[in-house]
Write a protein that binds this ligand. Structure first.
Ligand SMILES: NC(=O)c1ccc[n+]([C@@H]2O[C@H](COP(=O)([O-])OP(=O)(O)OC[C@H]3O[C@@H](n4cnc5c(N)ncnc54)[C@H](OP(=O)(O)O)[C@@H]3O)[C@@H](O)[C@H]2O)c1
Length: 273
């Protein structure tokens, strides 16, 4: 039987790294992309490719590399980071970079694989969003905007491509051990202006993000298994979660936006106390 082919972005760290290992173990041909190509795992069935999802030439080269396999079965849009900081102080350039990486990186790569998938009349786009694609918190504005946008984009795409036998689905991880929280924390400091009026909020929030990082309920390997389910379930679901609590938190924010907003307000008030 012909081996299946998956393209995974953000394969040099965290969940993308773990997913690359898992799909390869399961016998897939894995085209694994990241800027730090030397950090991508190596092994049988793994094809590391240098990829910057914000660069059109790099995206085309990534998909072109995988096309030698003949079929493209799954694209996992996983590359991403958290651009954190008070909305008043995050520069437009940093906001652009957040959207170009977390949202347009995924949308433009998807456009490159869809013609092949449509010809095959099979294929799946697995978009790694976040419970932060339904929820939000102070200082995470641009990250949440990117993930909320990714959710809507995936849902609309799903309605457009199902006629061709294709699906677009979302995985919403909650707190997961990886480099993510360190990078998000670094970005807050990077985005603050001198004499910022938001220092107290930032200090309190940094403590909370550190707690998420050190008390993550899941490992990247746990999430890789969720990615695998999302990629291979016979009847794909619109949303995948690691556990019940992540599912409930996302649902609470969607179904009870007023209550959820009060909760976030209280957290911000606690951060500045
Ligand atoms: N960890 C969490 O708690 C959590 C929770 C919810 C959602 N998520 C989401 O899950 C996904 C994976 O995050 P993670 O936790 O595994 O974080 P991570 O360990 O920091 O990994 C992020 C990956 O994204 C890649 N990346 C970033 N910018 C890129 C670019 N321009 N081009 C190509 N690759 C790029 C990085 O590779 P290079 O730097 O080598 O390019 C790295 O491999 C992200 O979309 C994140 O937003 C994470």
């Amino acid at each position: 039987m012909q081996k299946k082919t998956v393209l995974i972005t953000g394969a040099s760290s965290g969940m993308g790294y773990a997913a690359t290992m898992l799909f390869a173990q399961k016998g897939w041909e894995v085209y694994a992309g990241a800027r730090r190509v030397d950090k991508i795992p190596t092994g049988s069935g793994i094809h590391p490719v240098k990829l910057d999802v914000t660069d059109a030439v790099s995206r085309a080269a990534f998909v072109h590399a995988a096309q030698v396999e003949g079929s493209l079965d799954v694209l996992i849009n996983n590359a991403g980071y958290g651009e954190y900081g008070p909305l008043e102080e995050v520069s437009l350039a940093h906001a652009h970079k957040q959207l170009e990486t977390n949202l347009f990186g995924a949308t433009e790569l998807t456009k490159l694989v869809l013609p092949t998938m449509r010809r095959q009349r099979s294929g799946r786009i697995v978009n790694i969003s976040s419970i932060g694609g339904d929820m939000y918190s102070s200082l995470g504005g641009w990250y949440h905007i990117a993930k909320h946008g990714l959710n809507v984009w995936s849902d609309v795409l799903d309605t457009e491509i199902r006629q061709f036998g294709l699906r677009s689905v979302i995985v919403e991880p909650g707190g997961t051990a990886s480099s993510w929280s360190e990078i998000a924390m670094g970005s807050i400091k990077n985005n603050l202006s001198p004499n910022t009026p938001y220092q107290t909020l930032v200090d309190g929030t940094l403590k909370m993000i550190t707690n998420v990082g050190s008390h993550s309920s899941a490992t990247s390997e746990d999430l890789a298994k969720v990615f695998y389910r999302a990629a291979t379930d016979q009847r794909a679901k619109r949303r995948y979660y690691y556990n019940f609590s992540d599912r409930m938190m996302a649902r609470m924010a969607r179904v009870h936006p007023e209550i959820f907003h009060q909760v976030v307000m209280r957290m911000s008030a606690r951060a500045i106390r």
